[in-house]
Design a protein around this ligand. Sequence first.
Ligand SMILES: [Zn+2]
Length: 421
Amino acid sequence: MNMERVLQTLKTLNEFGVSEDGISRLAYSCEEEKAKYYLIEQCTALGMKTRIDPAGNVISRLEGEDDSLPAVAIGSHLDTVYNGGKYDGTLGVVCGLEVIRAFMEEGIKTRHSIELIAFACEESARFNVSTIGSKAMIGDIKKDIFRIKDREGITLKEALKRQNLDEKELEKANRIQSELKSFFELHIEQGMKLIENKKNIGLVTGIAAPLRMGLKITGKSSHSGTTGMKERQDALLAASELSLLIEAAALKESEYETVGTVGTMEVYPGAINVIPGLVKLKVDIRSSNISSRNRVVQALQKGISQMKDNRGVSVQIEWMMEESPVLMDKELLKNNVLICERLGLDYMFLSSGAGHDSMNMSKRWPTSLIFVPSVQGLSHHPDEFTELNDIEKGLSLLMEMTKEQAIVLMKGEKQHGNKSS
Ligand SMILES: [Zn+2]
């Protein structure tokens, strides 16, 4: 493992899309494409077979002893948000590449092939749809997404076409289960838990999925000077009460890391001397524990049912999205614990509040997501940073996971089975 090489590769990839405001390497953009071609160059130079699949995912393969066996895949994404950072996604790809480089350098041969995957369009920043590459890999692409436009009015269909990809071919990115044995992703935490707990490694147990709804709260607008306090049907006060209720209900579920957010609030008519008659809220509730998430929703629904009596307002719910949380593979998780203990790595279990390609991959293949600390919890920000020491620890775990899953045959004279030195 060569940390200087890791940093150098990270640096080179981050020259694509860099400006003084951060890194903008948006999904299916020229910058992302250049980064992909740089990666392809590196993989080809290592003698790996490399292809871009119909969804724009880069898949590079280091042949194992028995090519008929399913491959062990490692990956993450190269695209960023607008003015993003250097580590989100890119670090996982670079670490995957380093595993392969180190294997080749040390003469490590494995029974299973190893694949490095750089997923296309993980971030929803450009088209409001996230993880398109990994969704395509499990055949989970909705037909209506191709007409979605970015800020410049370019449709997803057109953006794909500019990369010589055809939306009609996208379904061919769907891979059958027997092609892969397992999938690993190393990613920055994008939160504060590892830093707060002074741990180097986060073993992700599950990925939270959002439930989103719109609330339309209808009261009665009237004059702020002439309407007495007891006569009011103030939609904003009802909205505030519901917002606080979401906070309290989610706080009660903190052992499950459940979170609830009111992200937008529109107030009508929106005048200083008029009691708000209509308020629209958008609510996002997430957890990797579905029962816990449901309890927050039930508490909210109970609060809503009392609004008529308490404040004389009516509340309509518009269900926008309800995704199921996913759990990471338990066997791999157990294995990761053993590896961490063997290597003396300071780890903790946590769940991920943000979505990742691992979320889709886990629906078809045993998947393991590992987190390394984000300084100040910063992410989707130019100042995103992870200490080299933490990268090294994450990488050593990733390396061992790959050795075990891909099954090391020989290293020099020594015979390795499931255990490695
Ligand atoms: Zn990411």
